[in-house]
Design a binder for this molecule. Structure first.
Ligand code: ZN
Length: 345
């Protein structure tokens, strides 16, 4: 009798108790399956090192004068982005040929003149109201009498990644594979001045925030930092597990399936000295409960110096890192259900 009672008690525990934390994690992991891996890979492969190179050189050229928000060089850079989207046939959610969300001078401090966020999108085919935002800031430090701050890594690298991903998603759409959810390509201004462009966007969202399901933000992904000199096949991910466990494992699975980078989470620690989680535009989305991943390859001697130039970018690595973001975005935009928020930090 005794043995039987124990056995049935065990059965009871096994069947009725809530799932353990480990079991929940395993269920989330098991639910993430890239069923169309070959198709996704074909589009990811249209993101090339050569095209990223062209965009970074162009975007960090002297003619854009260091892209200081509100200055003529940044306006020229914004115009370059707009013309690119028109050429590629990628629309704006603001309507025909209107790719600018103007951030007024009154919203900036320190006398910075008005300056645009640039926005383009591909409309979702099944859940168009649900929106994934992929972002990168377009502004930088401008110039002095002596030098232009070209900002090739900061943030020509992230900008180039957005342009290449937009082209790849557009190609898929043309070939009958529009994303199920809408994907927004958002080039934010005024990141270098207190994350102003993203603060403005959050206060004046073009597509509703309650249906903005995630933000993948890119700021400097073209270089190799000192601690990875001997193993450059890496990227830092920050924030991926803070609001959505599912987002974290989608990202891990995308990497496992397509890119096999070392995903370095050391800067994601809540005690990290640098507090990168709060230091680029994604933070304004995270503060509003929107799950984010911040993609970053670390600082270097040329950080915020005129020497952050295009020939120092590692283009094959930039390509690989962009593919990780692209395949992660593909899954988020095409999965059967919207990603779940289950954490609150
Ligand atoms: Zn930056």
């Amino acid at each position: 009798m005794k043995v039987l009672i124990v056995a049935s008690a065990l059965t009871l525990v096994g069947s009725c108790a809530t799932l353990s934390h480990t079991e929940k994690l395993q269920n989330i992991k098991d639910s993430i399956v890239f069923t169309d891996a070959n198709i996704i890979n074909n589009y990811a492969n249209t993101i090339t090192s050569a095209e990223l190179n062209t965009h970074v050189y162009k975007f960090s050229a002297d003619e854009f004068e260091g892209r200081r928000a509100g200055e003529s060089g940044h306006h020229k850079a914004a115009n370059y982005l707009k013309n690119y989207y028109i050429k590629e046939g990628v629309a704006s959610p603001l309507g025909t040929d209107n790719y600018y969300q103007n951030v007024p001078e009154s919203f900036f401090n320190d006398g910075i003149k008005s300056s645009p966020n640039v926005i383009a999108y591909i409309k979702g085919s099944e859940y168009p109201e649900e929106v994934l935002i992929i972002s990168a800031h377009s502004d930088h430090e401008g110039y002095t009498e002596d030098a232009i701050y070209n900002g090739a890594d900061d943030n020509g690298s992230g900008t180039a990644a957005l342009l290449e991903m937009a082209q790849a998603f557009k190609m898929a759409e043309r070939e009958g594979l529009a994303p199920k959810r809408s994907i927004v390509f958002l080039h934010l201004t005024g990141e270098e001045v207190n994350l102003t462009g993203s603060r403005y966007y959050i206060e004046h969202p073009i597509l509703p925030l309650h249906n903005t399901i995630a933000n993948l933000n890119i700021d400097m992904i073209g270089r190799v930092d000192d601690s990875h000199e001997s193993n450059p096949n890496y990227i830092y991910l920050i924030g991926s597990d803070r609001l959505s466990t599912e987002l974290h494992y989608i990202s891990e699975s995308a990497n496992e399936n397509f890119t096999k980078l070392e995903l370095d989470y050391s800067l994601n620690s809540e005690n990290d000295f640098n507090q990168y989680y709060s230091r680029s535009d994604h933070y304004n989305f995270a503060k509003n409960g929107i799950p984010v991943i911040f993609y970053f390859s670390g600082t270097h001697d040329d950080y915020h110096e005129p020497t952050d130039t295009a020939e120092k970018i590692n283009y094959p690595l930039l390509q690989k890192r962009t593919k990780l973001i692209f395949t992660t975005a593909w899954y988020i935009a095409n999965n059967k259900k919207r990603i779940e928020v289950d954490q609150d930090s």
